[in-house]
Design a protein around this ligand. Structure first.
Ligand SMILES: Cc1cc2nc3c(=O)[nH]c(=O)nc-3n(C[C@H](O)[C@H](O)[C@H](O)COP(=O)(O)O)c2cc1C
Length: 214
């Protein structure tokens, strides 16, 4: 769908998900993460960039598992994560829009839990490439976990936390031959509706990931 059509549908509140082909799995167990692969950090930083052209090729599960772990996985005893958060509130949830359904990333169990049996990719942004790229992530701040953060700081802290996650994804992508772009030009209420979010949950950013277009 073109960007223009999406903007028009967005104005009318009509930017809607597509049905999935076949059934959506209720849960997806992600395979063990390979923590040894990838480029050295300085080489990954040298390759980091935003891309807006994606192949349709799906991401294999091991790549998806590694990507999500790099994004905001549990990386130590006690539940610490790969990205920081103010007072360790861990307020950002990562939602995963795949052609086969929309999922919540359960970092502790390293698995995906179905939240909507729909293809939500087109709802995750106004730009046309989000519809066909194999993966759109959505970063959602859960304000219920930020009760210890002063109200005036909650948005900026959760934006910083989502930004750290996004950069992890950029570095994983650079390190693994993937393309990605973080996006703020999104219809937050359409995404919240499609994911069935509560009033305490705030859509912060979205990020597309896939193989670069040949
Ligand atoms: C908060 C934020 C929001 C952004 N929103 C969008 C967006 O909606 N769409 C897009 O294509 N790029 C978006 N970008 C990506 C920037 O355009 C990109 O990072 C910038 O042009 C620099 O390019 P580089 O990432 O390749 O260095 C965003 C970046 C940030 C940090």
């Amino acid at each position: 769908m073109s960007t223009l059509t999406k903007v028009a549908l967005g104005v009318m509140g009509q930017l809607r998900p597509r049905p999935v082909k076949g059934g959506a799995a209720a849960a997806i167990k992600l395979p063990a993460v390979n923590k040894r692969g990838g480029l050295p950090l300085m080489q990954a930083l040298a390759k980091r960039r935003s891309s807006r052209e994606f192949a349709r090729r799906p991401l294999p599960l091991p790549a998806l598992s590694g990507l999500l772990w790099a994004a905001f996985g549990v990386n130590r005893r006690g539940g610490g994560r790969t990205a920081p958060s103010a007072i360790n509130a861990q307020e950002i949830d990562v939602y995963v829009a795949l052609p086969t359904g929309a999922y919540f990333y359960d970092a502790k169990a390293q698995r995906l839990r179905l939240v909507a049996a729909k293809d939500l990719r087109r709802v995750t942004g106004y730009q046309d490439f989000v519809d066909e790229a194999p993966l759109d992530l959505v970063y959602v701040a859960d304000h219920r976990r930020m009760r210890m953060v002063p109200v005036a700081q909650r948005e900026s802290y959760s934006s910083a936390a989502a930004g750290a996650i996004a950069q992890n994804v950029y570095l994983f992508a650079a390190s693994n031959g993937l393309a990605t772009v973080i996006r703020a030009w999104i219809d937050r209420s359409a995404i919240a509706d499609a994911l069935g979010l509560s009033h305490d949950q705030q859509v912060v950013l979205s990020q597309t990931v896939g193989y670069p277009k040949a």
